[in-house]
Design a protein around this ligand. Structure first.
Ligand SMILES: C[S@@+](CC[C@H](N)C(=O)[O-])C[C@H]1O[C@@H](n2cnc3c(N)ncnc32)[C@H](O)[C@@H]1O
Length: 284
């Protein structure tokens, strides 16, 4: 079954990249790569230019970002991140000739000061400092990377050409005429018991939160009543949720988590209230 999935995924690497042949331009007199050539864990097929731009746009890449392309091939994603978006970029590529070609391509594109190509294994190299991670791998490789990615700084954006992250739903789908992708934002950990002080409320509010990736569920104790959390969601370190009071009034919370502290605004529609609180007990 897994083998079948792997073969399907491999063929989709080809099917989803009809413009792939164009990228042979990225070869040079020293080395001309062939689309579909073997790689350590996945073959080389370049991402079409249109999707490269769409992926970097979806990740909102700016000159402040450090972009890591895991399995960099000829370096085109790292080069585009530097050339079109002004980012600093690192490509990790296992194949020695591809890594050398990517380095020469970066120099030809005049972004050698912004692009570094590391000849290495994406499962051994440290990419924890990245603010944006780009992938065009295979479903099982995305799943191997998922726990590593989820430990990265909340707010790190991850974009993947073609392949998803199974139960971790994307925050955005990326569609172009030639190929599609996904974008995720690494969520902060919020699961646990929280006590919130709310201006205007005599009693602190108790929050019990559970979390599945960016989706947050749980309850809020307010005035002795347990209110269930509706549409709770993390976007990096930003938490949003709403609860409905027995009167029908909807309270919306919007805030930020940093160092075990939560601060934000509770909006009973008319008059936003400042809310701040701390994590009492993290969920295991
Ligand atoms: C499908 S290509 C994608 C290339 C590039 N990221 C793009 O989208 O145009 C995957 C690349 O990953 C490289 N690769 C495979 N396994 C790797 C590993 N364990 N570590 C680093 N690179 C790897 C392959 O040599 C190939 O160049």
């Amino acid at each position: 079954m897994l083998r079948h999935l792997g073969l399907c995924a491999l063929s989709s690497l080809f099917l989803l990249t009809p413009l792939a042949a164009k990228s042979v331009e990225y070869g040079d007199s020293e080395f001309s790569p062939s689309v579909g050539q073997a790689g350590k864990d996945v073959i080389w097929v370049p991402t079409p230019d249109q999707l490269v731009t769409a992926m970097l746009n979806a990740a909102n890449v700016t000159s402040k970002d450090l972009v890591y392309d895991l399995g960099a091939g000829d370096g085109k994603i790292a080069i585009a991140a530097a050339r079109q978006f002004g980012a600093t970029a690192v490509g990790i590529e296992y194949d020695e000739k591809m890594a050398a070609l990517a380095t020469r391509n970066a120099a030809r594109a005049a972004v050698q000061n912004k692009v570094t190509i590391i000849r290495g294994d994406i499962f051994k190299e440290d990419f924890s400092k990245a603010s944006v991670v780009t992938l065009y791998l295979l479903p099982d490789l995305n799943l191997r990377l998922r726990p590593i990615i989820l430990k990265m700084k909340p707010g790190t954006r991850v974009v993947s050409h073609a392949f998803d992250m199974a139960e971790w739903e994307p925050d955005q789908r990326i569609e172009t005429e030639s190929a599609n992708g996904y974008m995720w934002i690494v969520p902060a950990s919020v699961a646990g018991s929280w006590t919130l002080e709310v201006a205007g409320f005599s009693q602190p509010i108790e929050l019990q939160l559970s979390q599945s990736f960016q989706i947050v569920n749980g309850s809020m104790m307010l005035d002795g009543k347990k209110l269930m959390i509706d549409t709770g969601r993390m976007r990096g370190d930003q938490l949003r949720f709403s609860v409905k009071r027995p009167s029908g009034q909807v309270l919306s919370f919007e805030g930020r988590i940093a160092g075990g502290k939560l601060s934000g605004r509770m909006q009973p529609m008319s008059d936003p209230l400042n809310v701040s609180g701390k994590l009492v007990k993290a969920a295991r």
